[in-house]
Each structure stands twice: as C-alpha cells, then as structure tokens.
Design a protein around this ligand. Sequence first.
Ligand SMILES: [Zn+2]
Length: 128
Amino acid sequence: MGSMKDALAKIGIKEVAKPIAPNERSKIAKKKVTEDVVHQEQRNFCEACDQVRPDVELYKHRNPTTEAEWICVRCADQLQIPDTFRKTAQSDTSIKKMFRREYGATLHPSEIKNQPTERPRGPVNGNR
Ligand SMILES: [Zn+2]
C-alpha cells in the first residue's frame, strides 16, 4: 500500500525547481544606479508639451494637473506654476539672461539653488 506514496514523494523531491530570481534582481538594481549617475547634461525637453525648448527648467511644484518637472516657460505659465518652485537656471534662455516668466514674478538667478544632482524621476523616463 505505502509503496505508491513513497514513489510519488521521491518524484516530487526530484522535481523541485532551482530558484532563478536573485540574478534578475541584481541586473535591475545595476541599471538604476547607472541612470542615477547621468545627470550633468543640459535638458531642453519639456515633459509637459513633449517638445524641445530653449527655456526648460526643473520645477519642484505641487501642481496636481501634471507630473512633468522639466517644463518650458510657456507650459509653466499655462500650468500656473510660480517661479518660486524653479530649481534650475540651466537652459539656454537662462544662460543668456533672457529667462522671463509671464505668470508671476521671475526669480533672480541668485535666488535659485542650482541642483546639478537633481535627477528626473525614474518611472517617468524609464519605459518609453
Ligand atoms: Zn512645454
């Protein structure tokens, strides 16, 4: 009677699959580190209107209508994001001292804390 059960148990033990997950995990982690390191280049792509613009800057705003953070002047004005949320003065327009907001006051360059280590949020750019 018991011999059939024993046989099944033996087969079951032999069929245990090897775990493969750990390797996959470490690959993903490595990629993320690489993305974090790349941050020095100038950004001119507006995440709000999906266009290349000479006046894109980083805004750490709390506007719930957009997830964009790198935004051109025109979009920032349309989204009514005050210039006080601006964190960079890295655009061509800023460098030429021609950066000017229509919505509210424009910050003086010395009032902006330039944060070259700021990076875009991973999920936004990751899977395009
Ligand atoms: Zn825009």
